[in-house]
Design a binder for this molecule. Structure first.
Ligand SMILES: *Cc1c(COP(=O)(O)O)cnc(C)c1O
Length: 401
């Protein structure tokens, strides 16, 4: 694929009528090396954040060997893309068929669960033809933890309550070669304290159940940088997780895992959209709620933007966006700060769309096509270049949204 310098060069070269995804493999590789080298344990990439095969290969080449997959389609995709990768099926609700195929056809040994029913299902689906249970299962019990420090909650759907965890941990210990405890503090966790609090709960669960634990998996939730959301440095997260995990009553040979999705993929993509029409401070653009800007529409996420037209005013104003479909819900409130004189025909680059952005495109209403090209410039924001001002200086560590 031909490499381009940046979004402006792509807009000039193609004058694209469809939205164009920009890939920054160097930024994803840098994030992967950071986790591989600095996280005090093993880092699994959570594939759902962005399942692009090109990205999967970039992460693998940069040292990520384990992948958190949540559906049988993700299992097949990662296995086809990376035959050597270790896959961990971390969705607590799976079909028996998916478990069987993952175990027997794709070599998956690690599964998560949060009920006795799911444990039973896993044991039955992985037994051999004579009914002999598998002896090599690595089973992670998902604990419910608070999402109060995160921008997107994952607290209500999955995870067993601490009060009910002991019998499930004990039953799982009986059939597992390795027993793990996992949780998810919610996506875009704005303070490392979220993990400390969750690990306090993990400690209580282990003590209650008196079981030997081989894996502690702190899940995803590691933040990226967006307008109004400046998290503390990731090293702070790693430090407190390391300290809290060191003091857990787990086996000497136990492993510490994490499952970053957003933090490994956010910087990988940005998007070029075209302004089709301006109405006051509303811009009608050619991507939206059913495309890569799903989170901008549905949870009001403010992605950074940049006008790619030359000779526009230095004065900026806040704009809202309408997407291309005929649906009123295809609306992104913003405000997105852009030149006051931006107009139809101009191109805009929307940054930090590698996580839950590029992956969200649908074909609803005939939109959602558009290509992808590689660019070599830096993402609009980065956690990994060492250039970010340390937000601790201003104590500005929580969301301003
Ligand atoms: C979504 C998800 C992740 C990734 O979360 P991020 O907030 O993107 O880091 C990790 N683990 C599980 C089980 C998930 O569902």
């Amino acid at each position: 694929m031909h490499n381009h310098l940046d979004a402006s060069a792509v807009a000039r070269a193609f004058a694209p009528d469809e939205p164009v995804i920009l890939n920054r493999p160097h930024a994803a590789a840098r994030a992967a090396r950071f986790f591989a080298e600095k996280f005090p344990g093993r880092s699994l990439y959570a594939v759902k954040a962005n399942p692009s095969p090109e990205l999967l290969r970039v992460l693998w080449d940069a040292g990520i060997t384990h992948f958190d997959v949540a559906s049988i389609a993700e299992v097949r995709l990662v296995r086809a893309t990376l035959p050597e990768a270790t896959l961990c099926f971390m969705h607590p609700v799976k079909t028996a068929g998916a478990i069987r195929e993952a175990y027997f056809d794709h070599g998956v040994r690690t599964f998560s669960l949060d009920t006795h029913e799911e444990l039973e299902k896993i044991v039955t689906a992985t037994a051999d033809a004579s009914g002999e249970p598998a002896a090599d299962l690595r089973l992670c019990v998902r604990l419910r933890v608070s999402s109060e420090y995160s921008e997107l909650s994952l607290a209500s759907k999955f995870g067993i309550d601490l009060a009910d965890a002991a019998p499930l941990l004990q039953a799982t210990r009986q059939v597992a070669d390795w027993l793990g405890v996992c949780f998810h503090v919610g996506s875009q966790a704005m303070t490392p304290f979220a993990y400390v609090q969750a690990l306090v709960r993990v400690r209580a669960a282990i003590v209650d159940a008196s079981v030997t634990v081989d894996i502690v998996d702190v899940g995803g939730g590691f933040p990226s940088v967006y307008p109004g959301m400046e998290p503390p440095p990731l090293e702070d997260y790693f430090d407190v997780i390391h300290r809290a995990a060191e003091s857990l009553p787990v086996s000497y040979s136990s492993e510490l895992w994490c499952e970053p999705g957003r933090a490994l993929s956010a910087e990988y993509n940005s998007l070029i959209v075209k302004v089709e029409k301006r109405r006051g401070n509303e811009l009608y653009i050619n991507d939206g709620a059913y495309g890569a800007l799903y989170d901008a529409a549905h949870v009001g996420w403010r992605f950074p933007v940049k006008c790619l037209a030359d000779a526009r005013s230095d004065e900026e104003e806040g704009f809202s966006f309408y997407g291309p479909t005929c649906d009123d819900a295809d609306f992104m409130e913003g405000p997105f700060m852009l030149p006051a004189d931006i107009k139809a025909g101009d191109y805009i680059e929307v940054g930090m769309l590698g996580a839950y952005g590029a992956a969200m495109r649908t074909a609803f209403n005939g939109f959602g096509q558009g290509g992808a090209v590689d660019v070599t410039d830096e993402p609009m924001e980065s956690l990994y270049t060492g250039e970010r001002a340390d937000p601790r200086v201003s104590d500005n560590v929580v969301s301003l949204r």
